[in-house]
Design a protein around this ligand. Sequence first.
Ligand code: SF4
Length: 453
Amino acid sequence: MSQGTKRLLLINPANTYRKGYLLRRESKQAPLGLGMVAALTPPDWQVKIWDENFREFRFREADLVGITAVTASVNRAYEIAAVYRGKGIPVILGGIHASYLPDEALQYVDSVVIGEAEGVWEQVIRDFESDNLKPCYQAPLCEMKHVPAARHDLFHPGYLFASIQTSRGCPMDCDFCSVPAFNGNKYRLRDVENVLDEIESVPHPMLYFVDDNIIGYNKKAEEHAVALFEGMIRRGLKKDWFAQASLNIAEKPEILKLAARSGCRMLLIGIEAENETALESTNKKLNLRMGVDSYKAAYRTLHKQGINVLGAFIYGMESDTVEAIRNRTNYILKSSVDVTQASVMTPLPGTKLYRRMKDEGRILCTDFPQDWQHFHFTDVVFQPGGMTPKELAEAVDEAYGRIASMGEIRRRFLRTWWNTKSLRSAVWAWNSNLNYRSIAKEKKVNYMYNDKQ
Ligand code: SF4
């Protein structure tokens, strides 16, 4: 290993097959995990981040390379890893995909970090420095006091939003979600003052809280959220922000009020479906507890505070037919949801859905790793329960045509403005709808073949 300052290159690969979400600057999200790893790297290392969200990868000298990847970008990660390994430079892969399929990853990289990298990163660096890099590092769920503020200074300056994490984990158990297995089913909360310091350190006027649920499901998590919002108001941070939450946030109007005062403009809520049969098939317990009839009042409660509803919906649930998909789209258009994220059901490794689909032989593309590029929520990669893959793909294309038309986006802008009484929130809804339009319009929904069609 070379003497002197060592160079760590951290790489954020992008899916090269579908770039829809990267077409607009407003929808790009900084690779926060790489920023945290950079923060834990000893100061005698020079650290750089190469981010394909902005610039296609070109070889750059390094002593050690660290790559993160989700399932849809892992094939690209393997391509980049091959370039470095060809030159004898070791490559470490982390992130959610490699954590669930480390044996696959080890065919393409030198070392895999399984789980939350913060818990083992210092060990990885020590091992590399003593020429003793191990093939596998199993990271425990780390204590949040060990989660550092990310090195935001290393992120590309083109990001409009600063990404900030305040908590990890989720006690729910949705069939299609890989979060509880990766981050655990208990909330772990960062120290609020540290989070506030991190927010204060970033120049961005807009924030994205990347937590899976900004207020959580228990008293402690709620108190944490309240302390965060009060802290933002007390320190006069004046940031506009959005975050993910669950429907139960509508049961806490006082917290919503504080959220709005601290700058909340939009909340992504996992609605998933407008009928209970579909919700049952995905084990969406919270929505079932609250009941689909509660949705309308929940949207109204958010609007009352001037906050947009970004409704996340899924097409291709087990009970879905072509007609059920049309009904879901009709619901979306008639409801007062301001922004729609409509995804094709995708069995990601690490989820119950993936295991079930695999056991039942229903995963249609199996030429891995290349086929992982289709696991990005806008292709049909599995045999649906109530229709053919082609029917599902065509039904989703039809839905996208309706939801993402410019006429619909204009109509929603006016409706959001009316409902929230906030032009600023309406502009947020407008921009977010254009982001989702860029995904829908970039390419038709593709579907994979097998002999069941
Ligand atoms: S979808 Fe949301 S609520 Fe469900 S398990 Fe995942 S993070 Fe938790």
